[in-house]
Design a protein around this ligand. Structure first.
Ligand code: ADP
Ligand code: MG
Length: 252
């Protein structure tokens, strides 16, 4: 039975790539306002699960339901318009445009229903969206870099900019795929603090993470994926003490 606070329900999802059962029998319920982490060793199926949620991959069977709407069969942009935003594992940005312009674009695309190239010419006159983008950049600690070309940012700063690009869409559900991958320890800690700040605003988040330490201080609930199956779930304390989880990481 589905709890009424559940905003995202992955229901009995299977995904096969030829003979490989990449996702098996996945049932996952994410509650409104919570930070739900999906962890697991490399190759466990985390990115596949995320791609099924955002409509980039169709499940072989099963369904994904968001806020009462079946997402299965919808296109990624339609799912995005329903209020799901994703921070990509590899940032997709306009390298030659400024940081500020990069943050304005998703807000424009949302307002106008789609991204259009001629938007880039009218960016100057969008004072309201500009103000909002500046506000988001303040939030992620990037306001002093707003005129820099996005392509010249450090990896950590690109991540922060990308987070601002998501937040400006005011999503109901934010999906983060390994948000600290490739970051220095310093940038990792800054990102964790930033994600805690967003958490206190009550936005629902799903974080996919390889590094267990990143999620233990952030997550309300953790589901552990290994070889395409959820082998454990619960609070961070419940998951930490679970021998199956230790085994999956050590034996992987
Ligand atoms: P994770 O993100 O947890 O590291 P993935 O979801 O990327 O794992 O991959 C899970 C398994 O599915 C791996 O064995 C991977 O090689 C395989 N896989 C992922 N995407 C594809 C694809 N498009 N075609 C075939 N196999 C894939
Ligand atoms: Mg992955």
């Amino acid at each position: 039975m589905t709890n009424s606070n559940v905003v995202l329900h992955v229901a009995d999802v299977h995904k096969r790539f030829g003979g490989l059962h990449a996702l098996a029998d996945i049932d996952l319920q994410v509650e409104e306002g919570q930070t739900h982490a999906i962890i697991g060793p490399n190759g466990a199926g985390k990115s596949t699960l995320l791609n099924v949620i955002i409509g980039k991959l169709a499940p072989t069977s099963g369904a994904v339901v968001f806020d009462g709407t079946v997402l299965t069969g919808k296109k990624p942009y339609q799912i995005n318009q329903l209020g799901i935003a994703r921070v990509f594992q590899t940032p997709e940005i306009f390298a030659d445009l400024s940081v500020l312009q990069n943050v304005m674009i998703p807000a424009l695309a949302k307002r106008d229903g789609a991204f259009k190239l001629n938007m880039l010419r009218t960016l100057e006159s969008e004072t309201e969206i500009r103000a909002e983008a500046e506000h988001m950049l303040e939030d992620v600690g990037m306001i002093s870099r707003r005129e820099m070309a996005a392509g010249s940012l450090s990896r950590g700063d690109k991540r922060r900019m990308e987070l601002a690009m998501c937040l400006i869409q005011r999503p109901r559900l934010l999906l983060l795929d390994e948000p600290t991958a490739g970051m220095s320890r310093h940038d990792t800690n800054t990102t964790i603090e930033l994600l805690k700040k967003i958490k206190s605003r009550g936005m629902t988040k799903v974080i996919i993470e390889h590094d267990m330490h990143v999620v233990f201080s952030l997550a309300d609930k953790i589901s552990v994926l290994a070889q395409g199956r959820i082998i454990a779930d619960g609070t961070p304390d419940q998951v930490r003490g679970n021998p199956k989880v230790q085994e999956a990481y050590l034996g992987g």
